[in-house]
Structure formats: C-alpha cells, structure tokens
Design a protein around this ligand. Structure first.
Ligand code: HCA
Ligand code: CU
Length: 345
C-alpha cells in the first residue's frame, strides 16, 4: 500500500511570497480530493486566526481525503487543531542537538517530556496522530529510535521520517528506514526536502524501504528549495511500481492552478508537467518517436494529459518531414528541409 499526503496548504504556504486565500484553498483541496489524494495537510491552525478558519472550512468540505492539522508539541497548538474538527494531527518537534541547543534551549529530557506529553494529550483527545521527528535525518539514530519506541507505546498512528534540510541520499535513507523497520512496527511517513535536488529520489527509495506514505506539494513548493513534487512522485509510482490509484490526468490542471495562484512559474523542464518534457528535437529522436514513441518516452503524454510535440528546427531530418506528411513531394521536402537547416534553433 502507498498513500500520499499533500501539504501544499501547509508546507506549500511556507514558500516565500506564497499565501492562498480561502477560496483558493477550497479549490486546491477539492482538486486534490478528486485526484484521489489520501491526506491533505490543511494548515497549522495556531499560526493565525485566518489559517484556523481555513482549516475548519477544509474539514467542513467533507472530502474523502483525511484532513490533518499541523501542530507544535504544545497544548495550545493541539487545541487549535481540535477546534477545527480535524481527525488527524501532525505533531512535530526536533530532538537533535542542534534543535535542543539553538531552537528550544532545553535539555533532551525536557524536550522528550514535552513531546511525549503532547502526543499523549492528542491521543487522549481521540485524535489520530502522526509523530514527526523534525530533522530526523540529522538526529542520532539511537535517540531517534528510543524516542520513536516511546511514541509507539503511547499509540501514535504514524511516525514520520523527516529530512528537513535535504541531508539524505537515496542509499542513506534506504538504510535508515530499513534499520527503523527492524525496531518499529508503527507505519512510517516520509517528508523529504529538495535542497540537493534529491527529494523525489529519496522519497521513492523510502517507499522501497517500506514507508507507507509520502509527503508532497504541488509543483514542489515549500521552505527553501521545497519538497517532493506531487506530479513527479505520482507519475513515478505509476511507471516504476504500477500504482494506478491516482487520476494523473488532473496533474496539468492542478499544477497550472498553483502556478496561477502563486505566480511561481514551473520550469519548462519540470518532470511530467513542464512545457518541454514531451517535446522532441533531435532528428534521430523525432524520427524514432514518430515511428514508436516508446523509443524516447518512458511515460506517454496522454497518461498525464499532456501533448507530444516535435520541434521542426535546424536539427530536423528529411525522414521526420516524410513521416509527418506522407503526401509531400520530395522537392517540397527538400525546400522545407534546407529552410529549416538555416534556422537558429
Ligand atoms: C516545518 C518543518 C517540517 C515539519 C514536517 C512535519 C520539516 O516547517 O514545520 O511536521 O512532518 O520539514 O521538518 O516541514
Ligand atoms: Cu518540511
């Protein structure tokens, strides 16, 4: 089994200059639901009254997706999530030396107590709980496991493996999760940042190592370089692992909507949804694709509601022109061919 938790409305809103209004959030949540998303992280209600209202609004849409509210390990934050009517809560806290010394300014014992108290409080209030060890990838492994065992005893429903600053490589996260799974029975989530461009690769290897849920955002939004992108992850799950549960044809619409709301343009080379990713230019490429697209396409554009394009430029071959129009006389082909050959691109 695999699930996707989309956190465009929480992590995505932490992107520089990004903030969604209520109607935009409703539209995003409904589209994600239609797509078949398993979880929508709707926001961190304690941040502001507006975010709290918006999380409530998303909960009241009664979507199929589970709605999860984000909280620090404090009673106030958990109460705010409860007030919104969320059934799921994600409680996060960092337990590595850097966080203890420079963020919380408390001892490990105090931090663990604070975190465990919060997890207990959420469980007592009948919430389903995801326990997030922030910066887990830079946390001493024994500290990570010892804490996760205590969280497991409390009965948290999920534990998240978090690569807060993109410090993992695929092999490292694979080993990390394999080791965790020898000691922890609770289902795992994974949340990978993209600081070194490995968020998608790390998330997929985490899946191979046994996590049950991958965190994504639309267009890979998020703090700094963002996190794993919804479209790349879901298309990769389809192609590499045969997972067909999501409606991939909605991906361009979802991506464009976010482009419009955020005014952050997706790169033309962005996997799956970029403008160029089903465009072929080299003569040999175009000719082969016209004969059988599989020669240069691992996924068909139709699967993700995109269109194949052939560039007619200076790299064109006569074969391409013939394949594009069987009826064109040879002298016409020669004329077009020489004209294209003198072009810039
Ligand atoms: C944050 C940090 C976080 C938390 C992830 C989580 C991270 O912005 O609060 O709570 O599961 O990457 O560590 O996004
Ligand atoms: Cu994050």
């Amino acid at each position: 089994m695999i699930q996707i938790l989309d956190t465009t409305l929480r992590e995505g809103e932490q992107t520089t200059s990004v903030s969604f209004n209520t109607n935009q959030k409703i539209k995003i949540a409904k589209l994600l639901d239609q797509f078949g998303i398993d979880f929508i992280e709707a926001g961190h209600p304690a941040v502001s009254q507006k975010i709290k209202e918006d999380v409530k609004t998303i909960v009241n849409l009664n979507l199929n997706a589970n709605i999860i509210g984000h909280a620090r390990a404090t009673k106030e934050d958990i109460d705010a999530v409860l007030e919104c009517g969320c059934k799921w809560i994600g409680i996060f806290m960092g337990l590595n030396d850097l966080s203890l010394e420079h963020k919380y300014h408390i001892t490990r014992e105090q931090a663990e107590k604070r975190f465990l108290d919060a997890l207990n409080y959420a469980k007592e209030n009948n919430l389903k709980v995801r326990c997030s060890l922030e910066d887990g990838s830079r946390t001493n492994f024994n500290d990570w496991i010892n804490f996760a065992k205590k969280a497991e005893e409390i009965g948290v429903d999920r534990i998240s493996v978090i690569d807060t600053v993109g410090a993992m490589t695929p092999l490292r996260i694979f080993e990390f999760i394999k080791k965790i799974k020898q000691e922890i029975k609770t289902e795992l989530h994974v949340h990978c940042h993209n600081d070194f461009g490995m968020a998608v690769a790390n998330s997929l290897t985490a899946y191979e190592a046994g996590v049950i849920c991958i965190d994504t955002t639309i267009n890979g939004l998020g703090e700094r370089a963002g996190i794993a992108s919804l479209s790349t992850i879901c298309a990769a799950l389809n192609v590499f692992y045969g997972i067909k549960k999501y409606d991939l044809t909605l991906l361009p619409e979802i991506s464009k909507l976010i482009e419009q709301y955020t005014k952050i343009k997706v790169s033309a080379r962005q996997p799956i949804i970029g403008e160029n990713v089903f465009t072929h230019k080299g003569g040999l490429h175009s000719s082969a694709v016209l004969e059988n697209p599989e020669t240069y396409e691992l996924i068909s554009p139709e699967v993700v509601n995109q269109k194949r394009k052939i560039v007619l430029g200076n790299m064109v071959g006569k074969k391409v022109l013939r394949k594009l129009n069987h009826k064109l006389p040879e002298e016409e082909i020669n004329k077009i061919f020489y004209e294209l050959k003198t072009r810039q691109g």
